[in-house]
Design a protein around this ligand. Sequence first.
Ligand SMILES: Cc1ncc(C[n+]2csc(CCOP(=O)(O)OP(=O)(O)O)c2C)c(N)n1
Ligand SMILES: [Mg+2]
Length: 1004
Amino acid sequence: MAQNITVPDIGDFESVEIIEVLAKIGDQINKDDPIVTLESDKSSVEVPSPFSGKILELNVKVGDKVSKGSLLAKLDNDLPNINEDVKVQENEFSVDKKIIKKREKENINSNKVIKKINILSLKDDQDPVETQEWIESLNAVIENDGPSRASFLLNRVVSEAYTAGLVLPDTRTTPYINTIPIELEAKSPGDQNIEKKIRAYIRWNAAAMVVRANKISSELGGHIGTFASAATLYDVGMNHFWRAKNKDFGGDLIYFQGHSAPGMYARAFLEGRLSEKQLDKFRQEVDSGGLSSYPHPWLMPKFWQFPTVSMGLGPIMAIYQARFLKYLINRGLLKDEGRKIWVFIGDGETDEPESLGAISLAAREKLDNLIFVVNCNLQRLDGPVRGNGKIIQELEGNFRGAGWNVLKVIWGSYWDPLLKADKTGLLMKRMNEVVDGEYQAMKAKGGAYVREKFFGKYPELKELVSSMTDNDIWKLNRGGHDPHKVYAAYHAAMQHQGTPTVIIAKTVKGYGMGKSGESINTTHQQKKLDEQDLLYYRDRFNVPLTDEQVKNIEYYKPAENSEEIKYLKERRKQLGGFIPERSSLSKPIKAPPEDIFESFMKSTGEKEMSTTMALVRMLTNLLRDKNVAPRLVPIIPDEARTFGMEGFFRKIGIYAHEGQKYEPEDSEQLSSYKETKSGQVLEEGITEAGAMSSWIAAATAYTNHDIEMIPVYIFYSMFGFQRVGDLAWAAGDAQARGFLIGATAGRTTLAGEGLQHQDGHSHILASMIPNCVSYDPTFSYEMAVIFREGLRRMHEKNENVFYYITAMNENYTHPEKPKDVDEGILKGMYLFKEYKNKGKIKIQLMGSGTILREAIAAAKILSEEYSVDSDIWSVTSFNELRKDGMEIERRNLLNPNDKKEKSYIEKCLEKKDGPIIAVSDYVRSFSDQIRPYTNKPFYSFGTDGFGRSDTRKNLRKFFEVDKEHIVAYTLSALAKEQLIGSDSAEKAFKKYNIDKKKKIPTKL
Ligand SMILES: Cc1ncc(C[n+]2csc(CCOP(=O)(O)OP(=O)(O)O)c2C)c(N)n1
Ligand SMILES: [Mg+2]
């Protein structure tokens, strides 16, 4: 039966142009295959076929204008629905049944094991008997009906109380004790004696490495106190939990706290992965073979995976990493192997907005593959910072409020008997009331002090510890230093499902460092230990070194066949290999055929479009390439519609781990909002830091997941590098591969939005990142050549660079690509047009982005009205030209006897006459960058100063980059060069009403 295919609801648009017809008469098509592409003045979108069948008639051609209801084609759809017949099982890899089963089996059934509630008669209890009755009833419910029923009852009581208007208990925080009761602690299968020894050696070697480096020069710096406080937290993970990447498993991903790096090197030394010589080159990297101060994949590309030391970036990148892992699984690109992402951060680091800024997302997305470990040593750089509060409680409130599973590991096993013996609840009360500043002081001042200040507050508590010596009291340990408690928490975190977990562990900064740096305010800076300190450290952890060896600060490594080394290696073998380790087994993506980009090389004729639209069309075309399509990850933090990307919603779906639970408001429309579990678009919400973190996760998937992805993150250019520049720097370190698109770019191009929106410097910021390749193209063919080359370099040739390309929202016509300009486009400049008929005087006119068009217009005026001819250069990248210029100049200076090499700019300009006039929509320093390599008089004009809202025309006049200013300033520059008299310039200033008294825009 013949079916009509008509234009569906396309929103507010009428009479939109058909720019592509994607089917032919006789084609057999599937439901949802695109028939035509429509383009309005803002976006282009494909129209999918509502049925499958054979095309009988095509009723439209390219250039036709259509509206809702217009007939596009006729289809014979008597045939069976091909789409349904060959329906690919969605996400065939997404669920590995074995793993689910294993997880189910391992999952602690909280209904079975539960501790009964202790009846404590609290001091401030008005009616202890009544309290006892309530608690006994609760215990009876737990015993007879299980904890779920008990929880239900409690929740009911609380909601009834709420309805009755009662003041409810504050449930953000729980008492200041461990979350996991002793009865429910999973026991470590490890040999505690051997593990203790291994930990001691690692501690020693980590400290020795820092001290030895600082013997060479105190400039080198380093940290001892941080790893000293975190050693147990890392050791338990390394010995029992973290599974490495190998041929059978993707590997857990561990974000190490940046300045705990010495501990990781010290372990790698015992594992035989690093030599003594390498340890001795800690922080001495200039000659190769040194160890980087912190985790830097750029510097140690086979070791470190994640750059974490800029505080806050690790946590947010890890959250989006966990989300991206689920994305890959839900899209069927990766198997679900139950991999986990572990993130180590300091309590001080949690003050960074990025650290906690995305924790709600982690809970909302049900990232049960994510485990945070916050090392709360109650200190930052100069001390506690918030000594009057309790960071553990503060964090518990934040994470619980966000919906995380919170496991507090506050007290070590030595406290267990005391807590058990505390029948009055006073000990817990005292634990709750002491603040961090006091807890810190206690660990600096010894057992007698703790007896007096902590237990001494209440006679009952003093009594509780009366049989203990000061030394016993001093030994009362913190949870984060107790391998049993840490093991139990990690075990519980591994089993937990449905939400992310945070383990909040209490430790001592500089643990074991004694007078030299244990829990004192200067611990953080400690990088030198004198002889006495070293001897103390050795004794504290029983490191088998003689006094002499200690004085020489020798490393300690037991023999290969010692039980410690055998144990350590065996543990890692069981867990699949070493961690950290960086590798990539991903396969390159075959670059798409040239014809995908063909249409962008042609003139658009009268038709106007923006480079953003051109790019979006390019992406739409790429979605038709079978190699590229599945790997594209469009990331949008902002208004997709601003960038004309709404066509992607329906076509490839927005990623939503729970699918779509509602019928969208615009469900009738062609570009309706479609959320789906296998969706491809990451529509992030308004979080540039989050979107950038997603981009980094996708851009490093080639190493973290062994799959090459092509992330394309589109944002308002002003909210890119300026906003998240440090993440971009980390992306460079991590060797990200992908596209950053600074859309609505330019200080005079995003006209009405004003000062905070108009970007005139993102390219300068991009130029600072060594492996960022950046372009400011004007025409769609330039955009196409650049994008195609980006795909080839990054994703086919696997070069570790990333691309920053600015795209504009100004609509204009685009010419056909001139001949033989591809190389110039990529190198940064090419001759766009030459005026050589009229004048004797010539200028070299350079322009980029939208302001190139002002230069083109100015060249025409100069030639026609002032007999000044121009060579017009389209400069696609002042940044790339600068890189080349710098390199060639350096080479020439290094080789004064050799024939001088020419930079690309010199080659372009060597046979060209006249001064250079360079213009862009960016600050002058953007084009000024190439000044040293031109050997010609150089005048640059740009948009220095704060932006403001107005029309493009007025803004360009204000910043003096419109065609009139270019003409007048050029004439003045020529006068200065004594090539013409000054009267032409004066006339031009008058003619164009240029107010000479107006202040320079940087002062306005
Ligand atoms: C963005 C940023 N700001 C400042 C620093 C300098 N810095 C290094 S460590 C540190 C203190 C960290 O305290 P915390 O997170 O509690 O770690 P701890 O050493 O106590 O485990 C600071 C401020 C940094 N690395 N990154
Ligand atoms: Mg700290």
